[in-house]
Design a protein around this ligand. Structure first.
Ligand SMILES: [Zn+2]
Ligand SMILES: [Zn+2]
Length: 239
């Protein structure tokens, strides 16, 4: 993937800038705001891991291991799992990642997801973040899912490709849409670069898993480009 000269300057200067700022302003916890570390032990203890019986398709916690209501209505085109529940300090940290490309946080989350992928015994050969819309990408300047995907790929020892998927058209936010509208909103929204993904086993990465509609639409695009195996991971599952 090629970068613009501007991106190159920023990516080279960033670690120095961040180290300098760290000396001037000691880090504050992204979950609770306490000074000392970017993620404190008290917030870490509040992370609710997803374990026990779940939907085999989307990983949603269920009283019994069987397809959840959402997946019976709209079967997902991949198997997806989230690491923890979207709530409390973790939810606040994930929101903060949309406003600042916090590398240490993304690296910690990549570590969590590598545990999850190893536990699932998935064996991807390429890691691909869920892309932002071109408008959001211009506005934000980075994709938070790509920060996490990069760390995850490094830990798994496989390549990652931020350009393998793109959004064909502006889809608008999924926030506030009901289940049916979410599926409608992202259907056919993505396209995949055939030469990057063909013959690969793809691991999709996102920060948040809600209905699985976005991951499923990404999986559709990948399968249309000749991919046979697709999995999806997200840091947190919305209830
Ligand atoms: Zn904290
Ligand atoms: Zn499900």
């Amino acid at each position: 993937m090629t970068r613009s000269p501007r991106e190159n300057i920023i990516s080279r200067a960033w670690p120095w800038l961040e180290a300098g700022l760290g000396l001037l302003f000691p880090p504050r916890c992204l979950g609770c705001g306490r000074a000392g570390a970017f993620w404190c032990a008290a917030c870490d203890a509040q992370v609710v891991l997803l374990s026990g019986p779940r939907c085999p398709s989307c990983g949603r916690p269920q009283p019994k291991r069987r397809l959840c209501r959402h997946c019976r209505e709209h079967p997902l085109r991949l198997r997806a799992r989230a690491y923890a529940l979207y709530q409390g300090p973790l939810a606040r940290a994930l929101v903060s990642l949309k406003y600042r490309p916090h590398r240490p946080l993304a690296d910690m989350l990549g570590g969590w997801l590598s545990e999850l992928v190893t536990r699932q015994r998935w064996t991807p050969s390429l890691v691909v973040p869920v892309p932002l819309s071109p408008h959001r990408m211009r506005h934000r300047g980075y994709n938070q899912a790509a920060l996490i995907a990069r760390s995850l790929a490094g830990r798994l020892g496989v390549p990652w490709d931020e350009g393998a998927l793109s959004r064909r058209h502006e889809t608008g936010t999924q926030v506030g849409l009901d289940h049916e509208a979410r599926w409608h909103n992202v259907a056919g929204a993505f396209s995949a670069m055939e030469e990057s993904v063909q013959g690969r086993h793809i691991l999709l990465v996102d920060d948040l898993l809600t209905t699985g509609a976005t991951l499923s639409a990404c999986a559709d695009a990948l399968r249309a480009a000749g991919v046979s195996e697709v999995w999806g991971v997200a840091v947190a599952q919305a209830q």
